[in-house]
Design a protein around this ligand. Structure first.
Ligand code: NAP
Ligand code: BGC
Ligand code: ZN
Length: 353
C-alpha cells in the first residue's frame, strides 16, 4: 500500500510502499479516507519536532485522520463505521494515564504520538488500531472528519481554560485568538457560540483569504504589526479569554497584558528556543493582582474527540469550504504540504467512502 513518509533529515515528504498492516487480536483494520496537514506536520518534516519510531529511519506522517472500518476482526466496532483515531498510544503496554482515558495528560516518556513522535501515523491507505482509540462519527461528516482531531485540541484547551475559572462566577464576553493559521481559525469559529465578541490576530495584508474568513465569522481582524498584543486592550478591549495559536513565544507572555481582570489565556503554540527580555515583575504582579491565569495544553483524549464531532456538525458548511483550501489526491501529496499564498488548510485524500 502507498504511504507518505518523512526521513527525518529535512528532505521533505515522500511517497513510499509498505505492506498493508494485518490487525492483531483486538485491533481493527481501517481504510483511510482523508488525512489533514497542520503546522505540526511541517515542524515534523523540518525535523523541528518529533521523529521516527526507535530503530527506524522513516516516519509515516499524519495525525489528523478519518477512515472507515474495513475489517472489524471480531471486535464490536462494525465494518463501515466512519472513525477518527486519537493520536497518543502507550509506548510499552499501558500506563495509568491511558487506563484513566487521559493520555493527553501523560508526561513525556509515557506516550508516543502517531505520525509525530515514535509511532507511525495515518498517511497510508490502511492503518490498524484498537477500537478504544477510534471515535465514530456520522457518515455524513466523513468528508470533514479529518478536522475532528484539530477541533479536539481546542475542545481540550477551552475546557481547561474554563475549568481554571470555575471557582467563581465567570461569564466571558470577549475572546481573542492569536494566529490565523488553520487551528486559530477553527477555534475562532468555535468561539462564535461561546463569546459575544471575537477577535483574531494575524500579520497579513489585505486582501487575504484568512482575513475574509475572520470577518465572515463576524470577528474583528487585528494586525499584530499595527497593534501589538499588549496594546489590544486600549485599541479594542481587554479580553476575557485569549487562545494562543501562533507558536510565537512572546505572545504567550504578552497574553497576560491582553487579558481583562479574571481572564484566562490558553497556550497551544509550540515554539522553538528563543531568549528575550521580559519585565518579570510586571508579569507576576499582573497575574496576581488581577486574578489572571495562563494554561498550557497539549493533545486531546477520546472525550474531546466526541465533543469535537458535535462541534464539527454545527460548523457552517460555507466556513469549512473556505477553510479547507485544497484536498489533493494521493499522487499529488506534495501540494498538501505546500504552504504557499492562499493555502489555509489542506488534506490528502486516500480514498472515498
Ligand atoms: P500555523 O498554520 O503555522 O499557524 C500559525 C499562524 O500564526 C500563522 O498563520 C502565522 O501567520 C501566525 N503568526 C505567527 N506569528 C505571528 C505574529 N507575530 N503575529 C501575528 N500572527 C502570527 O499553525 P497551526 O497548525 O494553526 O498551529 C498553531 C500552533 O499550534 C503551532 O505552533 C502548532 O505547533 C501548535 N499546535 C499545538 C497543538 C497542541 O496540542 N498544543 C496542537 C496543534 C497545533 P503567517 O501565516 O502569516 O506567518
Ligand atoms: C497534535 C497533538 C500533539 C501535538 C504535540 C499537535 O499538532 O494535534 O495531538 O499532541 O501536536 O506533538
Ligand atoms: Zn496537530
Amino acid at each position: 500500500m502507498r504511504t507518505i513518509t518523512t526521513r527525518g533529515d529535512g528532505s521533505g515528504p515522500e511517497l513510499d510502499e509498505r505492506p498493508r498492516p494485518v490487525p492483531a487480536d483486538g485491533q481493527v483494520l481501517v481504510r483511510t479516507l482523508r488525512v489533514g496537514v497542520d503546522g505540526t506536520d511541517h515542524e515534523v518534516v523540518a525535523c523541528e519536532h518529533g521523529g521516527p519510531p526507535a530503530g527506524e529511519d522513516r516516519l509515516v506522517l499524519g495525525h489528523e485522520a478519518v477512515g472507515v472500518v474495513a475489517d472489524a476482526n471480531g471486535t464490536a466496532l462494525a465494518e463501515g463505521t466512519v472513525v477518527a483515531p486519537t493520536v497518543r498510544r502507550p509506548p510499552n503496554g499501558t500506563n495509568e494515564y491511558f487506563e484513566r482515558g487521559e493520555p493527553d495528560m501523560a508526561p513525556e516518556g509515557s506516550y508516543v504520538e502517531r505520525g509525530i513522535v515514535g509511532a507511525h501515523g495515518f498517511m497510508s491507505e490502511y492503518f490498524v488500531s484498537a477500537p478504544e482509540y477510534l471515535v465514530s462519527l456520522p457518515r455524513e461528516l466523513a468528508e470533514w472528519g479529518f478536522l475532528v482531531e484539530p477541533i479536539s485540541i481546542s475542545e481540550k484547551a477551552l475546557g481547561h481554560a474554563v475549568a481554571a475559572r470555575s471557582a467563581f462566577e465567570w461569564n466571558p464576553e470577549s475572546a481573542l485568538v492569536l494566529g490565523n493559521g488553520s487551528l486559530g481559525l477553527l477555534t475562532l469559529a468555535m468561539l462564535g457560540s461561546r463569546a459575544e465578541r471575537t477577535y483574531c490576530l494575524g500579520r497579513r495584508d489585505r486582501p487575504d483569504p484568512t482575513i475574509d474568513l475572520i470577518e465572515g465569522l463576524g470577528a474583528t481582524y487585528v494586525d499584530s504589526r499595527e497593534t501589538p498584543v499588549p496594546e489590544i486592550p486600549d485599541a479594542h478591549e481587554p479580553m476575557d479569554l485569549v487562545y494562543e495559536a501562533t507558536g510565537y513565544a512572546r505572545h504567550a507572555l504578552e497574553t497576560v497584558e491582553a487579558l481583562a481582570p479574571n481572564g484566562v489565556g490558553a497556550l497551544v503554540g509550540v515554539p522553538g528556543d528563543w531568549t528575550f527580555e521580559v519585565d518579570g515583575g510586571a508579569l507576576h504582579r499582573e497575574l496576581v493582582l488581577h486574578n489572571k491565569a495562563l494554561v498550557g495544553t497539549v493533545n486531546s483524549n477520546a472525550e474531546h474527540f466526541e465533543a469535537a464531532v458535535e462541534t464539527l456538525s454545527a460548523l457552517p458548511e460555507r466556513f469549512l469550504d473556505a477553510l479547507v483550501t485544497d484536498v489533493v489526491d494521493l499522487e499529488e501529496y506534495e501540494r498538501a504540504f505546500d504552504d504557499g499564498d492562499g493555502t489555509i488548510k489542506t488534506a490528502v485524500e486516500f480514498d472515498t467512502l
